[in-house]
Write a protein that binds this ligand. Sequence first.
Ligand SMILES: [Zn+2]
Ligand SMILES: [Zn+2]
Length: 203
Amino acid sequence: MITNHSVFVELLVKHGADPWIKADKKSIKKERKEAKKESYKRCSGCNKSGEKRCTGCFLEWYCSAECQKADWDTHKGECKARREEYVVVEFIGQGYGYFNWESGRVDSGKLSETVSSKAASSFVVKVQVSLGDMFGGDDVGDMMVYNKDRTVKGMISVSNAFGSKLDNIIRTKGFQGAKGYFYAMKKKNKTFVNQSILPPETW
Ligand SMILES: [Zn+2]
Ligand SMILES: [Zn+2]
């Protein structure tokens, strides 16, 4: 199935076909707008827009240290719970290349888990479920995962508890049931992914 898939991707590249991403840009923008209206980057203290993140869970936003301090008693318990949502992921290698929608080229299938030390505390990864079954096959295979600059990329198996949970989250709440964005972090050379799905990005 994997071989068929990469052949299919090669065909797409050759003919310049782009089955979904271009048409998506508008709806992604719309979804992001909606998300922003709700809680994304909203200060949990005063509800104005906030650009600083809680460094405990990386999920709560604040406009200032004052607001964060004032909110800590309320957030403390949730912060701990959210921290526990980060699950260590084991990357399995990628044996095949895949199409990079952004560059319009086929990326090498090389596994990579490097992230700059500055970004290591928290970064966003995109997880894409297997499209095998979307194109008429019966493949519900492994998920592709990478960060924006693709210094972290690999596959996550769906045959373990976390993998299948993530697959399910994306298929039910992800963008068009195909992809989802999640906070990730590196600790002691391991990659952790938070199970709370984020508003869609454009990459
Ligand atoms: Zn505030
Ligand atoms: Zn927190």
